[in-house]
Ligand binder design. Structure first.
Ligand code: UD1
Ligand code: CA
Length: 463
């Protein structure tokens, strides 16, 4: 018997009041929908994931690619209708389906597994995951009969004032036998305030059809948060951030002012790392033992080696090997690959370039499209001139090269091992092994110049 998951993500997200489809909104730089799909994949239960897309579907398809199946809901006629459009993709009529709203980013693997197991072990035809919240506004309320059994769900718009006081809400997460699901969906109408096909109507319908229905009560109600507007998005992000930081600190990562530190869901940080305030580490970044990151640093999709110190800097899609120092105010990007024991100092930008061991660019340098060896010293203001306004060219620098201050290396160019480049040189041709390259005008001293120069006072008198 197959286990399916259907994620509802076709809605526009009108309450977000913005253009982007709601389920594509990022938390800690990762789209909401990606959390849900990732947790479904991590749980050992689900055989097939179907995502219902509609409004700006290409944005969601770009995020999830071929990791899931898609059902198109071209007109958003309600959550019940969204599930109806998945019917052709469900081939096992004896299977079970978990339905999740795509705006529930805090749902985790543990909740998915527990709720599904409960549904199976209690032999329910339909299980609704419910929780109690302080402020139930906006959620569907759970109505129970006199014996306390689930009766139906009433939406905020349709609820009477006494029903609105009920603090047990519908999380939007359900597990249903496929047959029960599609049989009852056929009976759902859009006879309500929004003229939508409400998925929540299947509860009453299944009950009337004598199906076995029940609830699974979630204790940690925050996991059920449905993000409907940008304020709720920021609240969900804060919860996620607090939980992630707590876990890292328990694993031996020191954080100074953790409320100012943002660590993405997929970041790996080893023990003995210190993270200073106002630091963002996101994407699939890895921070190795003994590193010190921040303050005021952004690291995205990057590898930071053991004992690296990185302050006041930006590191995107790059690798920094062990014992290197980065910053203050350095910018590494687009596949920069910095070797061990390097020094990348103040106002240095490195793009699509690699360096060997013990290379130093301590101040004010731009290194782009460059392959550089070991023990190279870039003087202050050294620049690889990689762009002629049309095309980009590469610079190759060997080992043990000394590059003076304010040198321009006009690419394509090759600077061989052990060479030296005089300060202020603008090089357009290769430098052979062991050579000294000087490419600047000779100095001319005009003797006695000051004698013939009019004095400031004389100038004033003439005016
Ligand atoms: C829904 C539930 C409510 C529950 C709440 C939990 C219904 C009628 N109500 O309300 O009981 O407490 O979730 O968060 O189901 N969607 C589609 N196609 C549509 C409409 C919606 O794919 O035609 C998707 C949306 O993109 C969204 C999800 O379904 O991801 C939920 O829709 P939303 O409008 O946010 O439902 P709520 O009003 O929050
Ligand atoms: Ca919602």
């Amino acid at each position: 018997m197959k286990k399916y998951a259907i994620v509802l993500a076709a809605g526009k997200g009108t309450r977000m009041k913005t253009e982007m489809p709601k389920c594509a909104y990022p938390l800690l730089k990762k789209p909401m929908i990606a959390y849900i799909v990732e947790n479904l994949k991590m749980s050992s239960m689900i055989d097939e994931i179907i995502v219902v897309v509609g409004h700006k579907k290409e944005v969601l398809k770009d995020i999830l690619n071929s990791s899931v199946l898609y059902a198109d809901q071209d007109q958003q006629l309600g959550t019940g209708h969204a599930v109806m459009v998945t019917e052709p993709l469900i081939d096992d009529l004896d299977g079970d389906v978990m339905i999740l709203p795509g705006d529930m980013p805090l749902v985790d693997k543990c909740l998915i597994e527990k709720a599904f197991n409960e549904h199976i072990s209690r032999r329910h035809d339909l299980t609704v995951v419910t929780t109690k919240v302080e402020d139930p506004h906006g959620y569907g309320r759970i109505l129970r009969d006199e014996q306390g059994y689930l009766d139906e769900i009433v939406e905020e718009r349709e609820a009477s004032s006494s029903q609105k006081l009920i603090d047990e809400i519908n999380t939007g997460l359900y597990i249903v036998k496929t047959k029960t699901l599609f049989d009852s969906l056929k009976k759902v109408t859009n006879n309500n305030q929004k003229n939508e096909y409400y998925l929540t109507d299947i509860i009453k319908i299944s009950k009337n059809d004598n199906r076995v229905i029940g609830t699974y009560s979630l204790k940690e109600s925050y996991k059920a948060m449905g993000v409907n507007d940008l304020y709720m998005l920021s609240q969900a992000e804060q919860i996620l951030q607090t939980n992630i930081n707590k876990q890292h600190m328990k694993n031996g990562v020191a954080m100074i002012n953790p409320e100012t530190i943002t660590i993405g869901h997929n970041v790996v940080i080893e023990e003995n790392v210190i993270i200073h305030p106002n630091t963002y580490i996101t994407g699939n970044s890895i921070i190795k033992k003994g590193a010190q990151i921040g303050p005021n640093t952004e690291i995205h999709e990057s590898y930071i080696g053991e004992r690296v110190v990185c302050k006041h800097s930006l590191v995107y899609n790059s690798t920094v090997h062990e014992d290197t120092t980065v910053g203050p105010f350095a910018h590494l990007r687009d596949g920069a690959n910095i070797g061990p024991k390097n020094r990348v100092g103040n106002f240095v930008e490195i793009k699509k370039s690699s360096t060997g061991t013990n290379t130093k660019m301590s101040h004010l340098a731009y290194i782009g499209d460059t392959t550089c060896g070991s023990n190279v010293n870039f003087g202050c203001g050294a620049v690889t001139v990689n762009y002629d306004g049309k095309n980009k060219y590469r610079t190759e620098i060997g080992d043990d090269v000394f590059i003076g201050c304010n040198v321009n290396l006009i690419a394509p160019i090759k600077v061989e091992d052990n060479s030296t480049i005089a300060a202020g040189s603008t090089l357009t041709t290769n430098v052979p092994k062991g050579a000294l390259a000087i490419a600047r005008a000779y100095q001319v001293n005009k003797e006695n110049y000051i004698k013939n120069k009019p004095k400031t006072e004389d100038k004033k008198n003439n005016e």
